[in-house]
Design a protein around this ligand. Structure first.
Ligand code: GDG
Length: 494
């Protein structure tokens, strides 16, 4: 079983003469001003949970966009700062981007072109030449930041996500020796029918094929990627080995399903702090007498939030006996709000909540509560524990960590997970109630089934789900990728 300690050991034993570099858009630590004071915060999410301990063990380098308002104040001339700030053990190098960079690279090409292109959510991607040009420039800035620090050292470079598709190319073009480059693509890779509309498809594939290792969550996305390469690029594909060969360069394409820190979530879920939070939330939202259904997402059109609300509406229409018995709580922070599509979604969700509450409410009971504030971690776990049912209804999702967090938090082995079959997570979590979010009637039926499921069956399913996440934890994800990289190193050495 992979643990934080075993992965730290692997790094110390096998990676000691390499510099390990992680590159991502999002940074592991953010400095900001609060009441005139500089404070820091650790970033959230699976990648940071998994890779922060790895970096601490090997004193590596993490290169990321410095988005905190106090970031420039604490960094040196080259944008570097020791982190964790209270006990520095590795270097964070911040790439500072201006407003035009962010508009073109982040809001523009990454989130108006690649994001909708990669998700089957019937959102038309928008391709603008200016966005692409900025995307290229920002990828160059990241490459420069990495190369400046690597100098002539032997380095493993591990790139995160779709913001940096061209970075492998710019790194390898530097012709530095001893660079091994891996990349993990956190979102789906679309089918070729979809991908081929992208005007920059060849440049993107070309950029990614400078990687030595390219990872996706599931085999299906690897297959889609190989299909795109087959149709668009001059190359040889070795289907047995899942490898693409172009000249001297070979790219291995592998599935590594990302996960969560099961042990840690399981532990935290049993702390007094979480118990307190449960009590406070129950009081704050007056939840005492009801069965709770929860949903938690970044507010994004891929997450199927309107579909979920419509299923709750249908549930109450079809099974009125649940009236005054259940409450559905949707939590989630607004994201990418500068994009009009996200503003529209937000308005759509608000009006659906209004409508459904108006339609079904009786006396003081209202079926839907929307929680819009950022939840701290113990509140989040408290909500997972309060829930009889957790609903994940993404229209398309690379993995979906909420499903795995819910399962990890249920040390009581109770609670039902209702999970979209269009998430990467559904491949592993097949003891959940799997739904098609587009099928409103069946979705409502599955919710009814979840709400009335016998305790024995709930426990049986939850135990199976927990076994899967405990085994396939976040350290296994990182460990498998690093082990694969180490194989590459040894091949080169022989
Ligand atoms: C991409 C892919 C893939 C949300 N609100 C709060 C909060 N969260 C946390 C959740 C969870 C995370 O955000 C969301 O993770 P997901 O995996 O669901 O989704 P994406 O952001 O779309 O991530 C996805 C992932 O990359 C990893 O590879 O699984 O498919 O789209 O951890 O807990 N956390 C706190 N307060 C909140 O209010 N503390």
């Amino acid at each position: 079983m992979w643990t934080r300690e075993s992965i730290q050991q692997l790094i110390r034993d096998r990676l000691s003469d390499y510099l390990l570099v992680i590159v991502s858009n999002r940074q592991p630590y953010i400095h900001s001003f609060r009441k005139g004071q500089v404070v820091f915060q650790r970033g959230a999410g699976g990648v940071i949970t998994a890779l922060d301990p790895v970096m601490r063990a090997c004193s590596g380098l993490w290169v990321a966009y410095g988005n905190g308002d106090a970031d420039p104040l604490v960094t040196d001339r080259k944008g570097r700062v020791g982190v964790p700030p209270n006990n520095p053990s590795y270097t964070l190098k911040r790439v500072f981007l201006n407003k035009e960079d962010i508009d073109g690279y982040y809001y523009g090409y990454s989130n108006q072109a690649i994001w909708p292109l990669s998700h089957m959510a019937f959102q038309r991607p928008e391709f603008y030449k200016e966005h692409w040009d900025t995307y290229v420039e920002v990828n160059k800035k990241f490459a420069q930041a990495v190369l400046e620090e690597v100098e002539n050292k032997k380095a493993f470079i591990f790139i995160q996500d779709y913001h940096l598709a061209l970075l492998p190319k710019f790194l390898k073009e530097s012709e530095k020796e001893n660079l091994i480059v891996a990349h993990f693509w956190h979102i789906p890779w679309p089918s070729h029918e979809t991908f081929r509309i992208c005007p920059q498809k060849q440049e993107i594939l070309d950029g990614l094929l400078y990687n030595d290792l390219l990872g996706f969550h599931i085999r299906h996305f690897c297959d889609n990627f190989l299909e795109a390469v087959d149709r668009e690029m001059e190359s040889r594909i070795d289907r047995e080995r899942y490898a693409v060969i172009r000249g001297e360069q070979e790219t291995l394409v592998r599935a590594f399903p990302i996960s969560v820190d099961f042990e840690e979530l399981n532990r935290i879920s049993q702390t007094q702090e979480v118990e307190m939070a449960q009590k406070e939330l129950t009081e704050e939202y007056n939840l005492n007498k009801y069965k709770i259904i929860i949903g938690l997402d970044r507010i994004d059109y891929t997450k199927g939030i309107p579909e979920r609300l419509l299923a709750i509406d249908r549930l109450l229409e079809k099974y009125p006996r649940f009236k005054e018995k259940i409450i559905f709580i949707q939590m989630g922070e607004i994201s990418r709000i500068h994009l009009s599509r996200y503003k529209m979604l937000n308005d759509q969700i608000n009006s659906l909540v209004e409508e459904i509450n108006w339609k079904h409410s009786t006396g003081k009971w209202r079926p839907v509560i929307m929680v819009r504030r950022h939840l701290d971690f113990s509140e989040l776990i408290a909500f997972y524990k309060l829930a009889s049912v957790c609903v994940v209804s993404s229209l398309h999702d690379g993995m979906n960590l909420v499903a795995k967090e819910f399962v990890s938090s249920r040390s009581d082995e109770d609670g039902v997970l209702v999970l979209s079959q269009f998430t990467g997570a559904s491949r592993e979590l097949d003891s959940a109630l799997l739904i098609n979010p587009y099928d409103r009637d069946d979705f409502a039926d599955q919710l009814a089934k979840a709400l009335t499921m016998a305790k024995k069956e709930r426990e049986k399913r939850m135990r199976k789900l927990r076994e899967v996440v405990a085994r396939n934890n976040i350290y296994r994800w990182a460990g498998k990728i690093i082990s694969e990289l180490l194989k590459l190193e040894f091949e080169e050495g022989e």
